[in-house]
Write a protein of this length. Structure first.
Length: 243
């Protein structure tokens, strides 16, 4: 194939592929936004993440389209009265650059608020478990120190009225109470062990949440910033080249 034949075909192929990528990327953005729920934070976080993850598709399409026009111009095959999409593409690139720039503070704010809610839930669960530990401790102390309550426990087990899992649980409590009566200091050790385990779980959950929030903020934030810079450079440099 001669250069005069190859250049128009190459330019056409690049422009077609570029247009397909641009339209495909924009269509994916529209589909990712369905169903629309702008007022929900989780929807915003998910949509921005998908927006950023697919942000290179329109950029690649724009680059191929511009390259196609460049090859067409070098080959001298471009006609002045032919459809020139470069101006519209540069406008689109500038708009996308602005969008990716604006979603950065929105995403960081949403991640921060969701992380704060997650920390509050972790603390609430820890307080609930702490309350449960205190209740169980009071019950055990009552059984250890009060012979009447311990006798009631014995009667409930020996009466045969309790069966299955409940019976096994009462038998376990009776065994534990007998051990604590022989070694009263063991109760405090068990309480401290339970509280240490609770503290360890809370710290681990908070560490995981901080890591997740940091990863999301850096990944989406930095990628969105790079996309914004790239789109804005393409848009404004393109306008200058046309002028």
């Amino acid at each position: 194939m001669s250069n005069s034949t190859f250049s128009p075909f190459t330019a056409l192929a690049l422009k077609v592929v570029g247009i397909v990528l641009i339209l495909s990327g924009l269509l994916n953005y529209i589909l990712s936004a369905i169903p629309l729920n702008f007022g929900e934070r989780d929807w915003q976080i998910q949509f921005v993440g998908q927006l950023v993850n697919q942000g290179f598709i329109p950029m690649l399409g724009i680059a191929l389209l511009i390259l196609g026009y460049g090859i067409e111009g070098m080959g001298g095959s471009h006609k002045r009265n032919s459809l020139d999409l470069r101006f519209a593409v540069f406008i689109l690139s500038s708009i996308l650059g602005l969008v990716f720039l604006l979603v950065i503070p929105l995403h960081l704010s949403n991640v921060s608020q969701r992380s704060s809610e997650a920390f509050a839930e972790i603390r609430a669960r820890a307080e609930q478990f702490e309350s449960q530990i205190q209740q169980e401790t009071q019950q055990l102390r009552a059984l250890v120190e009060n012979d009447a309550q311990f006798q009631q426990l014995e009667q409930a087990i020996e009466s045969g009225q309790v069966q299955g899992a409940q019976l096994q649980q009462l038998q376990l409590v009776r065994q534990q109470v007998r051990q604590l009566r022989e070694n009263p200091a063991a109760l405090e050790q068990q309480i401290q062990t339970a509280r240490n385990e609770l503290t360890s779980r809370q710290e681990e959950a908070e560490k995981e949440e901080r890591g997740r929030a940091l990863k999301s903020s850096l990944s989406v934030g930095l990628t969105s910033l790079l996309l914004a810079i790239g789109y804005i450079i393409i848009g404004w440099t393109g306008f200058k080249s046309l002028s």
